[in-house]
Design a protein around this ligand. Structure first.
Ligand SMILES: *Cc1c(COP(=O)(O)O)cnc(C)c1O
Length: 361
């Protein structure tokens, strides 16, 4: 840190993104991207005329995009979700950042699991929110009871990362109902791969925010687009923060692509089904080959190999041209997190893992 930076950042540890190597071609299973391209509507929407319009600022309110997202959400969750209930920004990381800035430090601070998405802790520290990390159960599930009647804010990824494990929507409802003076943010980045969404509860619980992203199930990680659903008052608060930092956080082309993608939701739903089917097949194959896995409902699996450290699996796979993610936290250091890619990519993976396991015996 230079002598010019504010002293309060000296203790801040930044988030470490997954590798995006440029040196060689890997089978890239480390950052939970989709192996499928964006839908055809997205290709048609990015026209030469829209590129010509790049001299103009985008609509800061993203009216067309929010209206498409609202109609998608209404049919997705069977409630009347209006554009005023939708917040959009530059990836759901950006939404999380605004959430922690606006709410996490208020009324007793914030709780989240000790093993979860790394950004929750980074943002708490960045914005000075008091936070407590609640240990997962021994089986790596989130202990929902620990979040009931705490009178603190709650942030839970459902399914959780990097375990892929879910809590039930009725547990989420109990957390919302028992903490009426605090917010509950449920990060549903992976919900489309087979978990139950709590989005419909945002109508009933004015303290609930559901955050979603285009990065995983909608094949648009490179476009940077996320959205949140909540009561209008919470959305207005998030907009206050957004308009105090960067009202133009979504560029023209991304807004257009995002609106087009929402009209093609059938395509994305079918991709998610394919990924879930591949995930279940690979889980079975690896378990019968002697590996241990969590029951992930996400687009990644969380795997350990008895007798081989997570770090060694990561390295051995990388040598074989397959990139996965390894975390150094004590309770999960024996695991690697592996994105579910195409069937072909996953067959290469199971073969490589099989060799690595045999080589270690
Ligand atoms: C990938 C991910 C995000 C961030 O997604 P972006 O929209 O790409 O910023 C948020 N939460 C969790 C749990 C994730 O895994």
């Amino acid at each position: 840190m230079s002598r010019f930076m504010q002293a309060r950042y000296s203790e801040l540890t930044a988030y470490t993104p997954g590798e995006q190597p440029q040196d060689r071609k890997y089978i890239k299973l480390n950052t939970n991207e989709s192996p499928f391209p964006p839908s055809e509507g997205v290709f048609r929407a990015i026209t030469e005329a829209e590129i010509l319009n790049l001299n103009l600022y985008p609509d800061p309110e993203c009216r067309v995009l929010r209206s498409e997202i609202a109609s998608y959400c209404s049919s997705f969750c069977g409630r009347d979700i209006k554009p005023e209930n939708i917040f959009v920004s530059n990836g759901s990381d950006d939404i999380l950042s605004f959430y922690f800035m606006a709410f996490a430090g208020a009324n007793g601070g914030v709780l989240f699991p000790d093993i979860t998405y790394g950004f929750y802790k980074v943002y708490s520290e960045l914005y000075g929110a008091e936070y407590t990390e609640i240990p997962l159960n021994a089986d790596l599930t989130v202990s929902a009871a620990d979040y009931i009647s705490t009178h603190k804010n709650t942030v839970i990824a459902n399914p959780n990362a990097p375990t892929g494990l879910c809590i039930s929507v009725s547990d989420i409802e109990d957390i919302c109902a028992s903490n009426p003076d605090n917010t509950v943010l449920i990060d549903e980045a992976y919900v489309d791969f087979g978990a139950d969404s709590c989005m419909y509860l945002t109508e009933k619980y004015k303290n609930l925010i559901t955050a979603m992203t285009y990065s995983k199930s909608r094949s648009m990680a490179g476009a940077r687009l996320g959205f949140a659903v909540a009561d209008k008052e919470l959305i207005d608060d998030l907009n206050k923060i957004k308009y105090s930092t960067n009202p133009y956080s979504i560029d023209r082309l991304t807004a257009i692509a995002g609106a087009a993608a929402m009209k093609d939701s059938a395509y994305y739903v079918s991709n998610c089904r394919r990924i879930a089917a591949t995930r279940e097949r690979i889980k079975k194959e690896l378990i019968s080959d002697g590996f241990e896995l969590t029951d992930s409902k996400s687009n990644f699996i969380f795997v350990k190999c008895p007798g081989v450290s997570g770090e060694d699996i990561y390295r051995a796979l990388k040598e074989r041209g397959i990139l996965v993610r390894h975390f150094t936290k004590d309770r999960i250091k024996d695991y690697v997190r592996i994105t579910v890619g195409t069937d072909g990519q996953m067959d290469a993976l199971t073969e490589a893992l099989h060799d690595i396991r045999l080589g270690a015996e």
